[in-house]
Design a protein around this ligand. Structure first.
Ligand SMILES: [Fe+2]
Ligand SMILES: [Fe+2]
Length: 471
C-alpha cells in the first residue's frame, strides 16, 4: 500500500496515477467540486487562513498534520485504510469468501444506493452550516466548524472515488448529481430529510454534530464491515475523521451547560435567558428535536432492505466481530409494533431487524454524552437531569411514524395532551428567537460568547487563546 502521494493534483494512497482514465475523470470532477465549495461552502471565509489538520498518513497514529491553510486550498484527497491480507467477507450469505475488490454484479444497484445515500449527506451538511462562521462564539469554535466542513468535503471525495472507480458512466453521473442537489431546495433536495433542515445557529450546530454526525458514525461502522473491500477501507478512514465531529458536538453542548450553570449560580433568582444564557429546559428541547429526528435516519424497525444488505454482505452491524454469530439466520429479535392502539412486541427474523439493532447501539452511544452533561449538573448541585427522547417520540419513519407518544415514557397519548406536551418538550418560537438573539460572532482570540464556557484545552496542544482563524 502506497503512502499518501501529495505531489499529485489529487492527493491519494490508491496509486491513482497508474489508472489514467480514472485520474482524468476525477481531475475533471475536481474543478466542479471547488466551484461547489466556493458557492455553497463557508463562502465568506474562503480567503482566511484557518488552523486545520490534513491527513498525512493512513496509519493509526499520527495521521494528521496541522497548519494554516485557506479552505479552498485544503488538500482534499482519497485515503483508504491499508489492506489486511486477503480480507474475507465477515457476515451474511457469503461469509468466509474472499472480499470483493470489484462490484459484485448481482448487488450493483444496492451498493450504488448505499454509497450515494451516504455520499449525499456529506455536502449536505456543509450547505446546512455555511453561514455559521459569521456567528461563531469564538475563533476556537469557528476553526472547529471549518475543520468539520472540510472533512465532510473529503468524505464526499471518498464516496465519489468509489462511484468513479467502480460504477462506470452511471457512477460519474451520480457523482455529478452530488454537486447539483442542494440542502433545503424544494426542487433538488438532499436525499434524507434531516439533511434539509437549516442550521442557522450554534445550538443546533452542536446538536447536529452530537446526534447527526453520530448517526454517520454508526452508518460508517456498519459499512466498514462491508464485503465490498474498497467501501470497507474507505469508511474505516472516514471514521478516524468523524470522531472529531462528535467531540465538537458533545463538548460544545457540555460547555453550554457549564456556562448556564455558572449563570444560575451567579443569579439564583433570575431566568438564565435574561442573563444571556440558554436555560437547561431549552437545551433539552433542542436535544429532543435533533435526537428524535436522527432516530429516523436508521430507517424502519422492520425492513426487507436491511435484510438484503446484511444477507448480501454489503452492510453489517456496528462492530460485527463482537457478535457470536455472523449469519443472523434462524434468529429473531423482539421488535415493537403498534397494533390497535397498543405497543406490542413481535419476534421478527433478525436480518429484518438490522436497522433496529443499529439504532439501539446508536442510542446507547448517545447516552454517554447525556451522562457527561448531567455530571456538570451534579457538580453544580443542580437537580436538573438531561435525557434522550424516547425512541417512539416524534418519529416520521417506521412503525411509529406520525403517532403520538410521550417524550420520556414512550406511552401512547391523545392528540390534545400530546400537543400540550410539545409546548414543553420541543423548541418553541420563543426559544428559537432567543437562541438567534444570542448569536453574535466573537472574534477576539481567547474570548468567548456569554452563552458558552471556554474549552478546557485548545486544539493540538495549542493554547485556547491562539488565533485559530486569521481574519
Ligand atoms: Fe462525514
Ligand atoms: Fe461528520
Amino acid at each position: 500500500m502506497a503512502g499518501i502521494d501529495y505531489s499529485q493534483k489529487i492527493p491519494n494512497n490508491v496509486d491513482l496515477k497508474s489508472d489514467k482514465r480514472l485520474q482524468r475523470a476525477l481531475e475533471r470532477w475536481q474543478p466542479d467540486y471547488i466551484e461547489w465549495w466556493k458557492e455553497m461552502g463557508p463562502t465568506d471565509f474562503n480567503e482566511k487562513d484557518v488552523y486545520l489538520r490534513t491527513a498525512v498518513s493512513v496509519e493509526k497514529d499520527g495521521w494528521a498534520n496541522f497548519s494554516y491553510v485557506s479552505m479552498p486550498e485544503y488538500r482534499w484527497g482519497i485515503f483508504l485504510t491499508p489492506h489486511e491480507k486477503d480480507p474475507l467477507i465477515q457476515f451474511g450469505d457469503h461469509m468466509g469468501q474472499e472480499a470483493w475488490q470489484q462490484v459484485p454484479g448481482e448487488y450493483r444497484n444496492w451498493l450504488r444506493r448505499l454509497i450515494v445515500t451516504q455520499g449525499d449527506t456529506e455536502p449536505a451538511s456543509v450547505e446546512q452550516q455555511r453561514l455559521l462562521g459569521h456567528t461563531a462564539p469564538s475563533l476556537y469554535d469557528m476553526r472547529n466548524l471549518f475543520q468539520v466542513n472540510v472533512e465532510e468535503g473529503r468524505h464526499l471525495w471518498a464516496m465519489v472515488y468509489l462511484l468513479h472507480r467502480h460504477f462506470g458512466a452511471d457512477g460519474r453521473e451520480e457523482a455529478d448529481q452530488m454537486l447539483q442537489r442542494r440542502s433545503g431546495n424544494p426542487d433538488h433536495p438532499r436525499i434524507l430529510s434531516t439533511f434539509n433542515e437549516p442550521i442557522e445557529e450554534w445550538l443546533s450546530f452542536f446538536c447536529f454534530t452530537m446526534f447527526t454526525d453520530r448517526d454517520g458514525k454508526f452508518q460508517l461502522l456498519s459499512l466498514a464491515e462491508s464485503g465490498f473491500d474498497p467501501l470497507a477501507r474507505t469508511t474505516r478512514f472516514m471514521l478516524t475523521e468523524e470522531a472529531h465531529h462528535m467531540f465538537v458536538g458533545q463538548t460544545g453542548l457540555q460547555r453550554i451547560v457549564r456556562r448556564t450553570l455558572e449563570v444560575m449560580k451567579e443569579f439564583p433568582d433570575a431566568d438564565p435567558a435574561e442573563k444571556g444564557a440558554f436555560p437547561l429546559e431549552l437545551i433539552q428541547r433542542y436535544i429532543n428535536f435533533w435526537a428524535s429526528s436522527c432516530y429516523d435516519l436508521f430507517g424502519a424497525e422492520v425492513s426487507s432492505n436491511s435484510a438484503n444488505f446484511f444477507a448480501s454482505g454489503l452492510k453489517g452491524r456496528a462492530y460485527e466481530d463482537k457478535f457470536e454469530d455472523h449469519t443472523a439466520l434462524n434468529q429473531f429479535k423482539a421488535v415493537e409494533r403498534f397494533v390497535d392502539g397498543k405497543v406490542v412486541t413481535e419476534d421478527v427474523p433478525l436480518r429484518n431487524a438490522m436497522n433496529e439493532v443499529l439504532r439501539e447501539a446508536y442510542i446507547a452511544d448517545n447516552q454517554k454524552g447525556v451522562d457527561s452533561w448531567n455530571k456538570e449538573c451534579e457538580k453544580a448541585g443542580v437537580p436538573f437531569r438531561f435525557y434522550l427522547p424516547h425512541h417512539r417520540f416524534n418519529r416520521q419513519v417506521g412503525e411509529f411514524a406520525g403517532l403520538r407518544f410521550h417524550v420520556k415514557t414512550g406511552e401512547p397519548m391523545g392528540e390534545a395532551a400530546y400537543q400540550a406536551m410539545l409546548e414543553e418538550t420541543m423548541p418553541t418560537a420563543k426559544d428559537r428567537s432567543h437562541v438567534k438573539s444570542l448569536m453574535v460572532g466573537v472574534r477576539e482570540p481567547g474570548k468567548f460568547a456569554g452563552w458558552i464556557a471556554p474549552p478546557l484545552r485548545g486544539i493540538n496542544g495549542q493554547p485556547v487563546e491562539m488565533e485559530y482563524v486569521k481574519l
